[in-house]
Design a protein around this ligand. Structure first.
Ligand code: PNS
Length: 162
């Protein structure tokens, strides 16, 4: 059984992330979405909230599971016995950093392969940071994040612009 891991902060999950998860779920027997617990960035959503949001939007994909992880991705990969890391690439500007991470992970474990899925055209500009910026100023999140997540994302930022 081929298991691939899609790691990230998912703070919060966007339609761009969901698109990558859906496409990966068609390519692999099992996809583990790995949510980083301790990011150097201060997340807007706790790891439990991020995991819950991802579980809600991947409920219909039976070969997708969501896990939190702490520490090195290379160690997590070993723990769940997978060697395939999935990353989404939006633009050339993403590439340098992603290439650095892929080579770092390969240095830590020579069996790791990072596969890049290009973004769908509709989500080229989309990021969790953009979503948070729009939410902060009360803007419309339609089409940017899964519909079911809009209330919870909006409510997190409701007070900060008042
Ligand atoms: O969604 P993000 O913030 O771009 O995801 C980055 C993530 C979580 C994939 C990356 O920061 C990561 O793998 N962190 C775990 C720590 C680690 O393994 N670092 C060494 C590889 S650069």
């Amino acid at each position: 059984m081929r298991t691939a891991v899609y790691p990230g902060s998912f703070d919060p999950c966007t339609n761009g992330h969901l698109d990558v998860i859906k496409r990966a779920s068609r390519l692999f027997d099992r996809v583990v979405v790995a949510v980083l617990v301790n990011s150097s960035k201060q997340p807007a959503f706790s790891v439990e909230e991020r995991v819950n949001m991802l579980n809600a939007v991947t409920d219909d994909m039976k070969n997708v599971e969501v896990r939190a992880f702490n520490g090195l991705l290379a160690d997590f990969m070993k723990n769940i016995n997978s060697s395939i890391i999935i990353k989404g690439i939006r633009a050339v500007s993403d590439f340098e950093y992603e290439f650095q991470m892929a080579l770092t992970n390969r240095t830590l474990n020579s069996e790791l392969e990072t596969l890049f899925l290009h973004t769908s055209q509709d989500y080229m500009f989309l990021s969790s940071s953009i979503v948070k910026e729009i939410a902060k100023y009360g803007g419309c999140l339609d089409g940017l994040v899964p519909d079911g997540l809009i209330p919870v994302i909006k409510s997190r930022f409701e007070r900060s612009d008042k």
